[in-house]
Design a protein around this ligand. Structure first.
Ligand code: NAP
Length: 289
């Protein structure tokens, strides 16, 4: 294996230490409201990790766990309360929501000033036109990881696999911004001959939600691979009965890449770290008002 491992754990630890230091100095304690509806096991574990990270950096975290049968009206009421609560600077509604609740309506109910996930149409629009906003956490974390790997993307070719609203599309936008200056190709299931694009890439960001979407034969020598995927695959040797793998085949990609993010321990911890970053940023803005 020739590739350097880009550790999201290591970068997260140093950023979280910095966030804790700034949190301690602020006149207001940054507060995050975390709303979970139902008991989807993956969502419960994400929410628990976010709350823990909040407390570890000295932030206030309010956990609101609602039953799966909660009505849309009740959930919107909870969001309205958090919107007007002075102790809360960021609101996170864990997705997916139960099927009877329209996610879009719930997300849009979050005040853009507290939208630390960066999911509201206002924040997405601000990001697109380069205005001050909360950057979406996973894409922001990906940019930080590339920077941490020492890669200057100016003039480089970045290929993004996946066009979701929470990862693929915003990553492509951020990579193409003037300050990052990459040339971006956005691939998806309608792309003919994916390999012909990924083989030209200096950096490949893979966010497809499928193991082995990217394999070593699909990248050029020395490319940087950012693996966003989190897939549970059965593994009887583990007490949980499963293990986590990314969207890239780590072994074959690591043979050719110059640097690669692991799964777990790559993009995942950065997503939570950038959530804390946005909550701190929101509290700073609140303190300045
Ligand atoms: P998503 O909404 O399912 O989107 C997947 C995208 O990948 C779609 O645009 C799809 O294309 C494309 N795609 C799927 N298979 C492909 C293939 N074989 N070739 C080319 N394109 C393909 O997923 P997501 O929400 O973006 O998440 C992607 C992965 O990242 C998931 O594993 C998720 O768990 C993980 N994730 C991790 C974090 C983290 O913090 N680490 C955060 C968010 C997501 P079409 O549009 O044509 O269907």
């Amino acid at each position: 294996m020739g590739a350097k491992i880009i550790s999201g754990k290591e970068l997260s630890a140093s950023l979280r230490a910095q966030i804790a230091e700034e949190t301690a100095k602020l006149p207001v304690r940054p507060g995050l409201g975390v709303v979970l509806v139902g008991d989807n096991p993956a969502s419960v574990s994400y929410v628990t990790a976010k709350e823990k990270a909040c407390r570890e950096t000295g932030m206030y975290s309010r956990e609101i766990r609602l039953p799966a049968e909660t009505t849309k009206e009740a959930l919107l009421g909870t969001i309205r309360e958090l919107n007007s609560d002075e102790a809360i600077h960021g609101i996170l509604v864990q997705l997916p929501l139960p099927k009877h609740i329209p996610e879009k309506e719930v997300i849009e109910a979050i005040s853009p000033d507290k939208d630390v996930d960066g999911f509201t149409a206002i924040n997405v629009g601000r990001m697109l036109i380069g205005e001050k906003c909360f950057l979406p956490c996973t894409p922001h974390g990906i940019l930080k990881l590339i920077e941490f790997a020492g890669m200057d993307l100016s003039g480089k070719h970045a290929v993004v696999i996946g066009r979701s609203n929470i990862v693929g599309k915003p990553v492509a936008v951020l990579l193409a911004r003037k300050e990052t200056n990459a040339t971006v190709t956005l691939c998806h299931t309608g792309t003919n001959d994916l390999k012909s694009y990924t083989r030209q890439a200096d950096v490949v960001v893979v966010a497809a939600g499928r193991p082995d979407t990217l394999t070593g034969d699909m990248i050029k020598e020395g490319a940087v691979v950012i693996d966003v995927g989190v897939n549970r695959i059965p593994d009887e040797t583990r007490p949980s009965g499963f293990r986590l793998v990314g969207d890239a085949d780590f072994e074959s990609c690591a043979q050719k890449a110059s640097a690669i993010t692991p799964v777990p321990g790559g993009v995942g911890p950065m997503t939570i770290t950038m959530l804390l970053w946005n909550t701190l940023e929101s509290a700073k803005r609140h303190a300045a008002r």
